[in-house]
Design a protein around this ligand. Structure first.
Ligand code: PLP
Length: 485
């Protein structure tokens, strides 16, 4: 790795008069009054002045300080940080798409609407659901939208109900979404297999419960195999089964939530369907529902009639808009390109290889790292630092040491039901060679934990910045550079 010990800020390498461009001498008469009356700025105070070489090298060096999925393995559990084929970026970058203004009249965006409608159709086929909105901009946003649909339905029946049930193995955004929607969250305990306890659910499910929010596969990577029975229990009391489908990698092309009696489902196009994410977006979190909830979907809804596409705003029961314009159009395009390039067989392979890769890691590290739940997993597996704790080494130390091996650490300390968790999601895009590199690094680290724990506790040693004071960073973030001289 390049030694990047002190890359200065671009302001610090600036010197007056330098420029990355050199324009030719003017060969026409100068017309000074051309822009008269226009407020023009002839100087920006403190603007960095650097040569092209300095400019290029500065930004290339900065880009090398961070880890990215184009550089290596990124096993962040519940995040699906996978390699995304560049062809999808190419499609989304076509000027015909990027130049389309969202205020263009319906007649001029028939092609765009057709593509959105086509994506809707494909997602419904993939999920086995009956109606869909592409509007939400992220997974958590999809959850909120889904809960708003459920609330709107119950309200229309005369009582919005009070509670939402959420298993202790759910993704952390689930309780937040239910709470934001005005519901009181009740937790359902997991059993020894790491799945929802049906007995506990039966006790908690009453006619005051609006819905059960189920992450499936849950955050242990375990498939909720009782899902149909769970749905029956929820439905018997007039509630809805919400499924968090953010990690559809585990079942795309193999099994469909719609066939598992799920009523509402959100997807993360920026996980399963090929949009690079992290750093805050853009994402897309479509919400698919069964017919009974269709009247409540956000406006506008895209409708097709005689080969023409129309945006329908006239939907009296709709919860309204949840996002400006129509959602993240370019993310939808990437998803569409991804689905079409893979086809049904390719999508099935996504799930099969994602599950195979995760179980390969689980089996290879079993016995070296502690597994609280031994249930076979789907797309991710969750170890803990229990064995390494004996030598005073924590999951944080293990993660920091992985950076020295040139690998991104897994998700840490989540799910909460596994103390000292290391949650590993390899995704389907990793080769056996890359998986083996990771496994070897994890084995070497387990040995280091025994032999020289100090090495781990002071890691990382070869990165641009060493171990950060995370408490200080959270409590007193310094986000702005100020000129000192
Ligand atoms: C990532 C994820 C979410 C949240 O998605 P965002 O797009 O980050 O808001 C919700 N549930 C699960 C299971 C996830 O993995």
């Amino acid at each position: 790795m390049i030694n990047l010990i002190r890359e200065p800020l671009i302001f610090e390498i600036s010197s007056p008069g330098k420029s990355a461009v050199r324009l030719p001498e003017l060969d026409v008469p100068e017309k000074k009054d051309l822009l008269s009356g226009v407020p023009l700025r002839d100087d920006i105070e403190g603007f960095p002045e650097v040569s092209e070489t300095e400019l290029t090298r500065h930004f290339v060096r900065l880009s090398q300080m961070n880890y990215c999925v184009d550089f290596g393995f990124y096993p962040l559990g519940s995040c699906t940080m996978k390699y995304n084929p560049k062809i999808n970026e190419k499609v989304a970058a076509m000027p015909a798409f990027t130049m389309g203004h969202p205020l263009l009249p319906e007649d001029l965006v028939q092609g765009n609407l057709e593509l959105m409608k086509f994506l809707e159709k494909l997602l419904l086929e993939i999920t086995g659901m009956e109606a869909i909105t592409l509007q939400p901009a992220a997974g958590a946003h999809g959850e909120l939208t889904g809960m708003m649909l459920i609330r709107a339905y119950h309200t229309a029946q005369g009582n919005p109900r009070k509670y939402v049930l959420i298993p202790d193995s759910a993704h952390g955004t689930n309780p937040s979404s239910a709470h934001l929607c005005g519901y009181i969250v009740k937790e359902i305990k997991s059993n020894e297999r790491g799945t929802v306890s049906v007995e506990d659910l039966e006790k908690e499910m009453t006619e005051e419960v609006a819905a059960l929010m189920l992450t499936n596969p849950n955050t242990l990577g375990v498939f909720e195999s009782d899902i149909c029975q769970i749905a029956d229990i929820v439905h018997a009391k007039g509630g809805f089964l919400y499924m968090d489908g953010a990690n559809l990698n585990a079942m795309v092309g193999v099994a469909r939530p719609g066939d598992m009696k799920v009523d509402v489902l959100h997807l993360n196009l920026h996980k399963t369907f090929s949009t690079p994410h992290g750093g805050g977006g853009p994402g897309s979190g479509p919400v698919a529902v069964k017919k009974i909830l269709e009247p409540f979907l956000p406006v506008p809804v895209i409708e097709e009639k005689d080969g023409r596409f129309h945006l329908n705003y006239n939907r009296p029961l709709s919860i309204g808009r949840v996002k400006s314009f129509y959602g993240q159009f370019l993310v939808m395009l990437k998803a569409l390109a991804y689905i079409l390039t893979l086809g049904p067989q390719g999508l099935r392979e996504v799930a099969e290889v994602a599950v195979l890769n995760s179980n390969y890691i689980r089996k290879s590290l079993e016995g070296i790292y502690h597994l609280k739940y031994e249930t076979p997993t789907l797309h991710e597996c969750v170890f803990s630092d229990k064995f390494q704790k004996e030598y005073g080494v924590s999951n944080l130390d293990i993660s920091k040491r992985l950076l020295d091996y040139g690998l991104h650490p897994p998700t840490m300390s989540f799910p909460l039901i596994v103390h000292g968790a290391l949650m590993i999601e390899p995704t389907e895009t990793e080769s056996k060679r890359d998986l083996d590199l990771f496994i070897e690094a994890m084995k070497a680290i387990a040995e280091e934990a025994r032999e020289k724990p100090e090495l781990l506790k002071t890691a990382p040693h070869v990165t641009y910045v060493r171990r950060l004071d995370e408490v200080q960073a959270a409590r007193n973030p310094v986000l702005r550079w100020e000129k000192t001289s």
